[in-house]
Design a protein around this ligand. Structure first.
Ligand code: AMP
Ligand code: MG
Length: 368
């Protein structure tokens, strides 16, 4: 299959869609309507879109990603009026969250209506819906005139894509078009809040933080077991994606997490780096600028023997989130054989970043 690259030249320069950009998006919208696949930018990560109401389109998404077919897709809408036909009921909590955070990086799981094919929901009787705020995503979905099923636009198991270049890397020859609209702002996938049961439950942390949800709903929000640790093979979690190996760079990764003083992590990080080198494994390090400074103050830290990728400052979670998947992808382009990563604070957006890091590290975490 030929993959058309649609570069939104004016939007890339000005962040405003011009008429010329819109004409290009019309081509992508027609592909979607006709059952084809289009990767496009959203404010979280790039999505791999297909017509959510056509089972064949969903099937093609699973095939393009190499995704297990019991892992459901998120359905994207471009207007709040599109929600009702997709769902069996809209609970009051969902209305309040939608009022405050839609359009935006929040996905909610509802009891589904018969309109949504089982192929789109991985056979579940619920449907995940999101109303993205990115101008390109909004315009494309609106032009397509149908709800758009769009999981992250990466090959299954790889880190999510946050630029068109990542999509080209993963999906060339597997999708009909890739829309280049620059880099995704937030960098981690949407928050998933399940509102299909009696009590809203957090299935995946994202930029709409647990603190924000609890403040809006004035209740404490429980979280899915999959957020707390690895799941046994026999468990069928609420968010089926949780059970699969995810985001993982090719090299094994060790996460080091300081419980009190962030500076406590450095000596342990150094120990893991040295042990890897002693085993003959080329070590790589993913850490904040502050952590690197702390490491440099330790005896026997030898910068030149280590592949280093900095994740910005500890004090700026937005940079960390924005660069996270790019960092993990970059690791795969090096000859790193063992990666040591510094954990970050789990407050606010940091909780979403840590959730991805824990999965990338396959739950190899040392708390100090
Ligand atoms: P992705 O868009 O690639 O980040 O993946 C979508 C994620 O949303 C998957 O990991 C699913 O687990 C979750 N999801 C989608 N639909 C549902 C649903 N009906 N119930 C629970 N989780 C869902
Ligand atoms: Mg994904």
């Amino acid at each position: 299959m030929d993959t058309k690259i649609i570069r939104l030249e004016d939007y890339l320069r000005t962040e405003i869609l011009s008429d010329a950009d819109r004409d290009k998006l019309k081509i992508a919208a027609k592909i979607l309507r006709d059952g084809g696949l289009v990767a496009f930018p959203t404010e979280t990560v790039y999505g791999l879109g297909g017509n959510a109401l056509l089972p064949e389109a969903s099937e093609r998404i699973y095939a393009a990603k190499g995704r297990p077919s019991d892992n459901p897709l998120i359905v994207h809408i471009a207007d709040i009026t599109e929600l009702e036909p997709l769902t069996a009921e809209i609970p009051e909590a969902a209305r309040r969250m939608a009022e405050r955070y839609w359009p935006g990086p929040l996905t909610m799981v509802f009891k589904k209506s018969p309109l949504v094919p089982a192929r789109t929901t991985g056979g579940l009787d619920t449907v995940a819906v999101r109303f993205p705020v990115h101008p390109v995503a909004m315009e494309l979905i609106r032009m397509a005139g149908v709800p758009v099923a769009a999981p992250s636009a990466n090959r299954s198991g790889r880190p999510s894509t946050t630029t068109a270049a990542h999509c080209i890397e993963d999906l060339t020859g597997r999708v009909d078009a890739i829309v280049d609209g620059g880099s995704a702002d937030i960098g981690v996938e949407s928050t998933i809040l399940d509102v299909s049961g009696d009590v809203p439950q957090l299935l995946r942390p994202g930029a709409v933080t647990r603190e924000m949800i609890e403040e809006t709903l004035q209740i404490s929000v429980p979280e899915d077991a999959a957020l707390k640790g690895p799941l046994g093979a026999d468990v069928r979690p609420k968010a089926p994606g949780m059970k699969y190996r995810h985001y993982a760079p090719k090299a094994p990764m060790q996460l080091v997490m300081a419980r009190r003083d962030p500076a406590d992590a450095a000596p342990e990080i150094l120990r893991f780096l040295r042990e890897a080198a002693d085993r003959g494994q080329k070590p790589a390090l993913l850490c904040s600028v502050e952590c690197l400074e702390e490491l440099k103050r330790l005896d026997s830290f030898c910068e030149k023997d280590i592949i280093i990728r900095l994740t910005g400052s500890r004090s700026d979670q937005t940079v960390m989130a924005h660069d996270l998947f790019e960092c993990l992808r970059e690791m795969d382009e090096t000859d790193a054989a063992y990666i040591v990563a510094e954990g970050c604070s789990e407050q606010q957006l940091g909780y979403a970043v840590m959730n991805r890091l824990k999965k990338a590290a396959a739950w190899q975490i040392l708390y100090v």
